[in-house]
Design a protein around this ligand. Structure first.
Ligand code: PRP
Ligand code: URA
Length: 208
């Protein structure tokens, strides 16, 4: 069974509280989502593979370590885009794939509309990013799309998750670890996370 990592860090808790507030406007919301994603990425990439490299410092020759594994950031459109810059700032060499999925507002079923990935999914550490893990349908579909194309190491990174979505992803993809800034209480009758952040895509892009 996959592991669920819930971040327990005062900076993340404080920033998350700020974006939960309904008074927080688009600019602050977008900046803070990126900041939280960057803080999370530091810990999530702890098991990236390293390789030895010979270098010359101003003082001596030395064998040191450098990254031996690529990182791919895979935002689920639209709201996942809000986490990309924050992670990219930390890992500027990361490549970015895009998965277009939206939830049908009536059925809550995920609908795919776009997919474009970098070469090398098989060996990269693939970070599927989306601020919201609600029923889990979108995340499960995105991970399916990656696996179909050969991805092996996949981590799901969300800001806020509902227990329903966590359980669904664990059932569908027991090999995929889930990283959350917070595990929230439940889903409401409209499939929104409680207390949640509201509609993350709309709040990021000012569409409502
Ligand atoms: C939201 C969110 C997730 C999905 C989560 O996207 O960003 O992708 O819902 O819900 P689920 O776990 O029940 O699938 P939405 O469909 O609203 O699209 P958007 O990002 O384009 O606004
Ligand atoms: N999508 C969102 O943007 N917010 C929720 O609470 C659930 C799904």
């Amino acid at each position: 069974m996959s592991k669920v990592h819930v971040f327990d860090h005062p900076l993340i808790s404080h920033k998350l509280t700020n974006i939960r507030k309904e008074t927080t406007q688009t600019k602050d919301f977008r900046e803070t989502v990126n900041e939280i994603a960057g803080l999370m990425a530091y810990e999530i990439t702890r098991d990236l593979k390293l390789q030895p490299v010979q270098i010359k410092t101003p003082v001596s020759e030395s064998i040191q370590q450098e990254l031996a594994q690529e990182v791919f950031i895979i935002p689920i459109l639209r709201a996942g885009l809000g986490m990309v810059d924050g992670i990219h700032r930390l890992i500027p060499t990361a490549k970015i794939g895009h998965v277009g999925i939206y939830r049908d507002e009536e059925t809550l079923e995920p609908k795919e509309y776009f997919a474009k990935f970098p070469q090398g999914l098989e060996t990269a550490m693939n970070l599927v990013v989306d601020p919201m893990l609600a029923t889990g349908g979108s995340a499960i579909a995105a991970i399916d799309m990656l696996k179909k194309r050969g991805a092996k190491t996949i981590k799901l990174v969300c800001l806020v998750g509902a227990p329903e979505g966590v359980n669904a992803v664990q059932l569908a993809h027991p090999d995929v670890d889930i990283y959350l800034a917070n595990l929230d209480e439940c889903l409401n009758e409209k499939g929104y996370i409680v207390p949640g952040l509201g509609d993350a895509g709309d709040r990021l892009f000012g569409t409502k």
